[in-house]
Ligand binder design. Structure first.
Ligand code: 3EB
Length: 337
């Protein structure tokens, strides 16, 4: 059975885990000392408000040995019918041309490389993408950088005939203080079911007020493995319809996000084959624009999810300047044999 370990000490492996079974993961916090591990690892160099740990790793552990490779700069491993990869691209390697910015070109190139790899490895179904880049709310070429990213990403989906609506991956798009464009992704041999939130306009149908191209993601993906189901809830913000609500109030935004996640979990429960998903049993990553909002947000989360909920806080920028937080969640359930 695939496992997700959310609080692994950098440099260590959970008891009983074999390095060869690690599909990949993410490293949150400051850059760890020592040499990097042998598996694809997405670096998310950002402060971890409220955490005493110097950093922590999230690991996906497969049930058996994984195969590994490197393709066009993407480090990847595969096992249990899935492929996890990490693509890092420096914008400086993509000089902009005309009104096409380096970030737009880099985003296009990154997703092209991912789609070429998935075709070559015959793991065609992109389930989840984790997108990070510097200065997400900054502007150049007359356009906010998040909007530049959306153009490059959508261009790649269209170029590879994947469509840019409906069956698109769960995702997050987060701003960090610096670093290259870093995209981690999970893809599967089998198709997953894309889910939407009835409280929100689908992101791929956002009106043009939010940029010349809509973002290419679904609100959640429900993926099936041989003996398990994985629910990937996308980064979820205080958006109702297509508008930001509760600008300037992180606590109220957090309550709205929980209502949105509740609606997405309900949508998953309409189509699940495993046991019902419950919000308080998911693993959460909470992105806070301001560390000062930690206490108020943590309090709302403890009230709604219980004090024992699995939550990691990361200080990072959100893709709309008026959003103060974004929350994503993941849940794994066994399927009855
Ligand atoms: C939103 O709902 C908030 O562009 O991949 C959340 C999750 C958001 C994913 C993305 C953006 C993305 O529009 C922002």
């Amino acid at each position: 059975m695939l496992e997700l370990q959310t609080r692994v000490v950098p440099g260590a492996l959970p008891a009983g885990a074999a390095a060869g079974h690690v599909l990949g993961g993410a490293c949150l916090g400051p850059a760890p000392a020592g040499s990097p591990p042998g598996w694809p690892l997405q670096s998310i160099f950002a402060p971890l408000p409220g955490s005493t740990a110097t950093g922590l790793h999230e690991l996906w552990l497969a049930s058996g040995p994984c195969t590994a490779g490197c393709s066009e700069g993407i480090a990847w491993r595969r096992g249990d019918g899935m492929l996890y990869g990490v693509c890092e691209i420096a914008e400086a390697d993509f000089p902009g041309t005309g009104d096409r910015s380096p970030l737009q070109a880099a985003s296009h190139a990154a997703y092209r490389r991912i789609f070429r790899l998935l075709a070559a490895e015959r793991v065609p179904h992109l389930w989840r993408a984790w997108n990070y880049f510097a200065d997400i709310n900054g502007e150049s070429h007359g356009l906010e950088r998040y909007r530049q990213f959306n153009i490059g990403r959508q261009d790649a989906f269209l170029e590879f005939h994947r469509g840019a609506t409906g069956n698109v991956p769960a995702a997050c798009a987060i701003g960090l203080a610096g670093g290259p464009l870093r995209i981690a992704f999970m893809a599967g041999e089998r198709a997953a079911t894309a889910l939407e939130n009835p409280r929100q306009v689908s992101a791929y149908h956002y009106p043009a007020d939010y940029g010349p191209r809509s973002p290419t993601f679904s609100r959640a993906m429900l993926a099936s493995l041989a003996d398990q189901e994985i629910l990937f809830v996308s980064g979820t913000a205080s958006i109702v319809g297509h508008r930001t609500v509760h600008a300037g109030d992180a606590v109220a935004q957090c309550r709205e996000v929980l209502a949105n996640i509740g609606a997405v979990v309900e949508a998953a429960n309409q189509v699940r084959r495993s046991a019902a998903y419950a919000p308080d049993a998911l693993s959460y990553r909470v992105y806070l624009r301001h560390a000062a909002d930690l206490a108020g947000v943590a309090d709302v989360l403890a009230t709604h999810l219980g004090a024992a909920a699995d939550i990691v806080f990361v200080q990072a920028d959100i893709c709309r300047a008026d959003l103060l937080l974004e929350i994503e969640a993941t849940g794994l359930h066994p399927l009855a044999g």
